[in-house]
Design a protein around this ligand. Structure first.
Ligand SMILES: Nc1ncnc2c1ncn2[C@@H]1O[C@H](COP(=O)(O)OP(=O)(O)OP(=O)(O)O)[C@@H](O)[C@H]1O
Ligand SMILES: [Mg+2]
Length: 391
C-alpha cells in the first residue's frame, strides 16, 4: 500500500528504493520528472519505469494534489540564482585582465522560459559556462536548483543540462552511442533512458547510427541539445542552440523545448534571434558589457519603450510633408508612405489620423505598429562603451 501525503511537491520515486519518498528530490538518486511523467501518461510510463499499479495511483493522486497548489511545492522558488557574480579573465603575457561579468545578479524562477540576451561579447556564455562548471567565477555566488555550483558541485551539475555555444562532439561516436554513454555517466538506469524519444524530438532518429563526423553542422547542434537532455535535468540551458539550424527543424526543436517547459523544465536560452526570444520567453534579461541592464517579464519590457508607430499609406503621392504635420516625428517615403513615431503616454494614434485628414490628405491604409523586442534591445544596448566603467 502506497500513500502520498499532499504537501510535498512533485514526487517522485527513488531508483534505489521501491518506496515513494515524499521529500525534495535530490538529483543524485532520483528522477525528478518521473512523477510528472507518471501523472501525464500513467499507464505507459509506469510500465516503462517498472512501477506497480498501487504506486502509480498514489503518485498520480499526490501529483494532482500538489501540482495545482504551488504552496505545496517543496522545490526551490528559483531554478537559478546568481548574486554579485564577477568574472575577470586573466590577460595573457602580463596584459590587463578582462572583466566579463560585473556584479551580475539574476533570479530565474522555477518553471520559467528565460531569455538571456545581449550583443556579442556581453558575457552571456561566460555566465552560462560558470553555471555549467566550465568556467571558474572570480567572486559572487551561483545556485542551480538551490545547490551552490562550488560547494555542492555534484548536485548542481546534475540539475542542469547545457547546450554549449561551441560544438564539442566526439566524431567517432554515433548519436545513439553518445546519448547512451552520457546517460551512463549520469547514472540513468537503462529502463529509463529515453534515447529514441530524444533523438526523434531533435529530428535525428534516422541518423541514430551514423558517425557524428558525418552529420551536418545543424545536425550536430541538435545532437548537442539531445545530449543535454539525457539525464532529465530540471534546468535546461541553451546557448544559441539554433545558430545554423534550418527553419523547419528550428520550429521542431522549439516545439519540443516548449513541451519540456510545460512539463516543468526551466529553460534558460540565449539567442540573437530576437523574434524567437520574444515569442518563447516569459522573462528576459538583457546584458551589455557584463552588466544586467534589464530584467523583467517580456510583456513589461515591451511596454517599457514608450514608443509606437503609425504607418499611413496615402491615396496619392505628395512632394513633401505638409507643414501641418511637421509637429510630429514623421518621415515620408516613396511619395505616399508616411511613418509617424509617437509616445503613447503623451498622444493617441487618433490625433495623428485627425491631423492627416485635416491636412487634406486622403489615406488608403493605416496600421499601428507595436514596439518589438528588437527596438527595446537596441535602445538598451546601443551604448558602445560601458557607462559605469572608470575613465
Ligand atoms: N577564455 C577567455 N579568455 C579571455 N577573455 C574571454 C574568454 N572568454 C570570453 N572572453 C571575453 O569575455 C567577454 C564576454 O564573452 P562571452 O563569450 O561571455 O560573450 P557572449 O555574450 O557569449 O557573446 P556572443 O554573443 O558572441 O556569444 C568578451 O569580451 C570575450 O572576449
Ligand atoms: Mg556566447
Amino acid at each position: 500500500m502506497y500513500t502520498c501525503e499532499p504537501g510535498f511537491g512533485y514526487y517522485i520515486y527513488s531508483h534505489r528504493s521501491p518506496e515513494v519518498q515524499l521529500t525534495r528530490p535530490t538529483p543524485d538518486d532520483t528522477d525528478w520528472r518521473a512523477g510528472c511523467n507518471v501523472a501525464r501518461n500513467p499507464d505507459e510510463r509506469a510500465k516503462a519505469l517498472g512501477f506497480n499499479p498501487a504506486l502509480t495511483q498514489a503518485l498520480t493522486q499526490a501529483l494532482t494534489l500538489n501540482m495545482t497548489d504551488p504552496e505545496n511545492h517543496n522545490l526551490p522558488k528559483n531554478a537559478v540564482e546568481v548574486r554579485d557574480l564577477e568574472k575577470v579573465y586573466r590577460g595573457s603575457n602580463g596584459a590587463e585582465g578582462h572583466r566579463a561579468l560585473k556584479k551580475v545578479s539574476l533570479e530565474i524562477p522555477r518553471g520559467s522560459f528565460f531569455g538571456l540576451l545581449g550583443p556579442n561579447g556581453a558575457g552571456k556564455s561566460t555566465l552560462i559556462n560558470i553555471l555549467a562548471g566550465l568556467v571558474n567565477k572570480t567572486s559572487g555566488e551561483a545556485l542551480i536548483w538551490g545547490y551552490d555550483t562550488v560547494n555542492e558541485m555534484r548536485a548542481a551539475r546534475r540539475s542542469i543540462g547545457v547546450v554549449p555555444q561551441e560544438l564539442n562532439l566526439d566524431p567517432f561516436f554515433t548519436p545513439r552511442e553518445l546519448l547512451d554513454l552520457h546517460a551512463g555517466l549520469y547514472g540513468v538506469p537503462k529502463a529509463e533512458r529515453r534515447t529514441e524519444e530524444i533523438l526523434d524530438a531533435v529530428g535525428l532518429l534516422d541518423k541514430a547510427d551514423a558517425y557524428a563526423r558525418t552529420l551536418s553542422g545543424g545536425m550536430r547542434r541538435r545532437l548537442l541539445v539531445a545530449k543535454a537532455l539525457v539525464h532529465n535535468p530540471p534546468v535546461l540551458v541553451l546557448d544559441e542552440p539554433t545558430a545554423g539550424v534550418d527553419v523547419e527543424l528550428r520550429r521542431q526543436l522549439w516545439q519540443y523545448v516548449r513541451q519540456l517547459n510545460e512539463a516543468g523544465t526551466t529553460v534558460l536560452l540565449t539567442t540573437h534571434y530576437l523574434e524567437e526570444a520574444e515569442e518563447l520567453c516569459d522573462r528576459i534579461a538583457i546584458i551589455n558589457h557584463g552588466r544586467v541592464v534589464a530584467c523583467d517579464t517580456t510583456a513589461n519590457l515591451l511596454q517599457r519603450l514608450d514608443s509606437k508607430r503609425v504607418h499611413v499609406t496615402l491615396r496619392e503621392d505628395i512632394d513633401a510633408i505638409p507643414d501641418a504635420l511637421k509637429r510630429f516625428d514623421v518621415t515620408l517615403s516613396e511619395g505616399r508612405e508616411l511613418e509617424f513615431q509617437y509616445q503613447p503616454s503623451k498622444m493617441r494614434s487618433g490625433e495623428i489620423v485627425d491631423a492627416v485628414r485635416d491636412a487634406g490628405l486622403r489615406f488608403a491604409e493605416i496600421a499601428t505598429k507595436e514596439p518589438e523586442l528588437e527596438d527595446v534591445f537596441v535602445q538598451l544596448t546601443s551604448m558602445n562603451e560601458d557607462p559605469e566603467a572608470p575613465a
